[in-house]
Design a binder for this molecule. Structure first.
Ligand SMILES: *Cc1c(COP(=O)(O)O)cnc(C)c1O
Length: 427
């Protein structure tokens, strides 16, 4: 027997916390087997796309300037397209983050007079300014693109009749957010998204269906692009970057949609053929290669956290037993002190900045204080172990990531340790 307890105690975990964790874990083995099977399937999917496109050492060479004939960049885009079963892909360090990728996809495919519809309620915070729901310079609204939305039904399901009523002649594009993000609604399965797309297409087959795929990649063995999405969009400092991509975003979809995205991202007439890779290709390829197993580790962490905290009486979303469709775990801790202790634990378990103490602060754009814990190699990377939440009812922390399962495990045990130390939790 390896003496894990010895190392854990060196890190500050008490024996009772460790034992509590082991007891919870012993009930999760079959669940974890299922996650490993998804990772195995997705690993093969990624390798197969890399082999098909003859990825070679030459693909890792850095390019500069215009980046004409950039074999590494062009091949990576074909790898993404093949892996996600789309005609085309735009995968670039010049796509700065998830919001940028979504803004490019929307502004490229919507023209003045068109309407954007969100059939799944209000989209992610940062999109409010992109769309112009909150007034902002250069929003879609400023360019004459209108917006409408349909709330989900009280049980979190799609309001099909409401959606039918809101599809107008000018409705050009539907934006469907897969992950709940920081909302309280459930995350949608790929199958549910496929049903929604089929419904929209049955009303008008020319409506473009775009899925905000952030936090969802590789959680399932299919992606929304397998079930009719015209574009799937996401960030490389979340799931598909595997923790190694230092920057970037992707848009995979039909050639017609992705071509327009390339013209929007660079310039009309230039499109996909310019854009030097600046020597980042190795991390983008290797990160994509690691992504299926990194995502599986993050999922195990999320499930472990839900099972620990539900057992201690805290409400968890999703619940301990629920199937997973993204890597985010919300835990309703019920007080500011508990949120702080939880985040202190996540921070104390980090390989980077473990010595700092996270405190709530007035983050611009939020109406309450926010606390954040992250000790990441890549700034703001949320495929790395991280937790955050607004200091208000129900005092929920959103926990996600972990480049390895064992690091996620340590983070959760450390969060529990801090709650025990603060006298908030009794084991
Ligand atoms: C993270 C996220 C975004 C925005 O991505 P950034 O990289 O933070 O700009 C958009 N939608 C969802 C659902 C997200 O989780």
């Amino acid at each position: 027997m390896i003496d894990n307890m010895h190392m854990y105690s060196q890190l500050g975990i008490s024996e009772e916390v460790y034992r509590f964790g082991e007891e919870v874990l012993s009930s999760l083995r079959t669940r974890f087997d299922g996650i490993d099977q998804v990772a195995e399937y997705n690993q093969a999917k990624v390798i197969s796309a890399m082999q098909k496109n003859r990825v070679s050492a030459g693909c890792f060479a850095g390019t500069t300037g215009y980046g004409y004939n950039d074999v590494g960049r062009d091949t990576l885009e074909r790898v993404y397209a093949d892996c996600f079963h789309t005609e085309a892909a735009l995968v670039r360090p010049a796509i700065l983050c998830g919001t940028h990728a979504l803004a490019v996809a929307l502004s490229a495919n919507l023209r003045p007079g068109d309407e954007l519809l969100s059939p799944v309620g209000r989209p992610y915070d940062t999109l409010e300014e992109v769309i112009g729901i909150r007034e902002s310079a250069c929003s879609l609204a400023e360019y004459g693109v209108t917006y409408d939305e349909v709330e989900l039904l009280p049980d979190g399901s799609f309001d099909y009749e409401g959606i039918r009523a809101k599809i107008k002649p000018q409705t050009k594009l539907c934006t469907i957010q897969r992950s709940k993000g920081y909302a309280t609604r459930p995350t949608f399965s790929v199958k549910q998204i496929g049903e929604l797309i089929a419904f929209i297409k049955s009303i008008r087959s020319d409506i473009i269906c775009m899925v905000d795929n952030c936090y969802g990649e590789f959680v399932d063995v299919i992606e929304p692009s397998d079930l009719g999405a015209d574009m799937i969009v996401g960030s490389l400092i979340k799931n598909p970057g595997g923790g190694l991509a230092p920057i970037g975003g992707y848009i995979c979809g039909t050639k017609a949609c992705v071509d327009r995205c390339a013209y929007r991202l660079s310039a009309p007439g230039l499109g996909q053929e310019v854009g030097a890779n600046l020597g980042l290709m190795t991390s983008l390829y290797q990160g994509f290669f690691l992504a299926p197993t990194v995502v599986s580790g993050a999922l195990k962490g999320a499930i472990f956290a839900a099972n620990i905290y539900e057992k201690l009486g805290f409400r968890c979303v999703p619940s301990a037993a629920e199937p997973r469709h993204d890597i985010i775990q919300a835990v309703e801790l019920g007080s500011e002190a508990a949120m702080c202790a939880f985040c202190e634990g996540i921070q104390a378990a980090a390989p980077v900045d473990s010595y700092v103490t996270p405190v709530p602060w007035d983050m611009p754009g939020y109406d309450s204080q926010v606390i954040m814990a992250a000790g990441a190699f890549i700034q703001g990377s949320s495929i790395e172990l991280s937790a955050d939440g607004p200091i208000r009812e129900p005092y929920a922390v959103y926990f996600q990531g972990g480049l390895t399962w064992v690091h996620a495990k340590l983070g959760i045990l450390m969060s529990l340790q801090k709650l025990v130390d603060a006298g908030i939790v009794k084991l």
